[in-house]
Design a protein around this ligand. Structure first.
Ligand SMILES: Nc1ncnc2c1ncn2[C@@H]1O[C@H](COP(=O)(O)OP(=O)(O)OP(=O)(O)O)[C@@H](O)[C@H]1O
Length: 251
């Protein structure tokens, strides 16, 4: 199995407080890795470090290594704008721009220099197809994205990330704000997307982690307690704390 990211001794601090305590894990290519654990255990902090979103938080700093294509993502030499194109992120709450569906997808493409209408049209269709949204919106591309349902908005945000042609997609509880039908659609979509992308997903929903992920990492108080095949974590974990957590005894 090929690894897309290699995390080695990653520590993340907010000021003096250490939120991630020297974790190491390799992330497999074209697979879905779920991060689970109780609130405040460091899942989102870790996820945000992978595309340097923590840089935006005053006082946040990380040390250790996240190796991607032979470079340490945490190094000062990394071009963060280019990195975020390759390692895209989708947040818990759908956050489309207050613009048309079409412009939501073309905005960043235009910013990165793509101007030709035919190319933009093609990329809009391709990314909406991949996000399983095309059929629902193809007749109203120039209507406001805010007129879409929550579930459609989230698939639009996924389409917007896909349009940048990333290699890794970071999903921070992408379906927790959605109704069950939209949740199921987003889950199906994520499974479909792993053919083309490597996906890391933070989820509080353990059924979701067990349904869609290949590997699961269990975090507790900033430590990586156990990381293994999802089936193993949910049926026969090696660490007692993991078993207590997945059986609902705390968290
Ligand atoms: N911007 C911030 N400034 C200071 N401390 C923070 C910040 N964000 C998170 N923390 C702290 O870092 C720790 C880890 O938080 P994090 O949000 O990564 O946990 P989480 O596992 O993703 O939680 P949840 O499941 O509730 O989203 C917590 O103690 C939290 O209070």
């Amino acid at each position: 199995m090929e690894h897309i990211l290699k995390v080695h001794n990653l520590e993340i601090f907010y000021g003096e407080k250490r939120a991630v305590n020297g974790i190491s894990m390799d992330i497999e290519k074209n697979s879905i890795t779920a991060l689970i654990g109780p609130s405040g255990c460091g899942k989102s902090t870790f996820l945000r470090s992978v595309n340097r979103m923590n840089d935006l938080i005053p006082g946040a700093r990380a040390q250790g290594e996240i190796i991607y294509e032979d470079l340490n993502i945490l190094s000062k030499q990394i071009n963060v704008v280019a990195l975020r194109k390759e390692i895209g992120m989708v947040f818990q709450k759908p956050n489309p721009f207050p613009k048309s569906i079409y412009e939501n997808i073309t905005h960043a493409l235009k910013f990165s220099g793509l101007k030709k209408k035919s190319q933009l049209d093609e990329l809009v269709e391709e990314s909406l197809q991949k996000a399983a949204l095309w059929d629902e919106v193809k007749d109203r591309l120039h209507k406001s994205a805010l007129s879409l349902s929550g579930g459609q908005q989230q698939r639009l945000c996924i389409a917007r990330t896909i349009a940048m042609k990333p290699t890794v997609m970071l999903l921070d509880e992408p379906s927790s704000a959605l109704d069950p039908i939209s949740n199921a659609k987003v889950e199906d979509l994520i499974v479909e997307l792993k053919k083309d992308y490597s996906i890391i997903i933070v989820t509080h929903n353990m059924q979701q982690a067990s349904r869609i992920s290949d590997k699961t990492a269990f975090f507790l108080s900033g430590d990586l307690i156990e990381y293994d095949a999802t089936e193993k974590i949910f049926t026969n974990p090696s660490v007692k704390k993991t078993e207590e957590y997945i059986s609902g005894r705390f968290g």
